[in-house]
Design a binder for this molecule. Structure first.
Ligand code: NAD
Length: 252
């Protein structure tokens, strides 16, 4: 297997050619794709977990013990929510869907920026921070229309929880099933800005590879050694370059 890791014109051309030829491309994205929108990642330097212990703040066990603690972290995460805008990486992925190359974005992010950027087929496997659910009756709310209180309570009296998957929680079965189907049937997987260690999401690139897909990793450092191509670059730089190369092919 040829592994490429040179940041060169030739690499971008080869990757773009592969994408234009094969199409049926699925993108699996992580916190790194939103880093250039100003949202800190979990594990990279200066990331969220240097500030907060995940078990103390973002596990289902901790939530059940003291929901207001998680609500205060959520408050910090979303206080500038409207200020966070899709960056060039999100926009490039939406463009690649528009031209028929990317067929689906599977994201571990809970920030909703892929949809905001115009991607239509988005699977948010860890949920969305703007959706809120009652743990007792299951009623859904959408931020900013959340009842007051810390923690906020549903009209039925139950405690409300952001509809995101916390550490120790199972992923919604139907959602992850769809992500598995997309991964198993794609011909290219773009792995963008993910450390590829959070399970079960981390199993998806292996599933894609086992079924014959080529894996193209875009990250500021190598995170998935089994990739076929490495573009070691910020996603907001690399993805627009790929779009530009792909567009050249369609004008040949
Ligand atoms: P992670 O923090 O474990 O890894 C981030 C990865 O992004 C690293 O490999 C890093 O090298 C790379 N990266 C950083 N800046 C980049 C850039 N500009 N371009 C390309 N790559 C860049 O994130 P993860 O793999 O997504 O897993 C952690 C969990 O964190 C996920 O479950 C996700 O739900 C959650 N999370 C989400 C958000 C968000 O919604 N924006 C933010 C933080 C964490």
């Amino acid at each position: 297997m040829v592994k490429k890791n040179i940041d060169s014109e030739a690499l971008y051309k080869e990757v773009a050619r592969l994408m234009a030829d094969r199409k049926q491309c699925v993108a699996l994205t992580g916190a790194g794709v939103s880093a250039e929108s100003g949202i800190p990642t979990f594990r990279s330097k200066g990331g969220l977990w240097e500030k907060y212990d995940p078990i103390e703040f973002a596990s289902i066990e901790a939530f059940r013990k003291d929901p207001s603690k998680y609500w205060s972290l959520r408050g910090e995460f979303i206080k500038d929510y409207d200020r966070y805008q899709p960056n060039k990486a999100h926009l490039a992925l939406a463009e690649l869907e528009h031209v028929g190359i990317v067929r689906c974005v599977i994201t571990q992010n809970i920030d909703g920026l892929h949809k905001k950027a115009g991607s239509k087929n988005v699977i948010e496997i860890h949920g969305n921070l703007m959706e809120i659910i009652c743990l007792v009756c299951g009623k859904g709310y959408k931020a900013p229309h959340i009842p007051d209180g810390m923690p906020p309570h549903c009209s039925c009296g139950g405690i409300l929880k952001p509809n995101t998957v916390l550490f120790g929680e199972e992923l919604p079965v139907g959602v992850f099933m769809k992500a598995k189907e997309e991964s198993a049937s794609c011909r290219i997987m773009l792995l963008v800005g993910t450390s590829a260690i959070v399970q079960p999401a981390a199993s998806l690139p292996y599933l894609a590879k086992q079924n014959g897909a080529k894996i193209i990793e875009i990250n500021i450092e190598k995170a998935f050694p089994e990739a076929d191509y490495f573009i070691i670059e910020k996603a907001g730089t690399a993805l627009p370059r790929i779009v530009a190369e792909v567009n050249k092919f369609s004008h040949e």
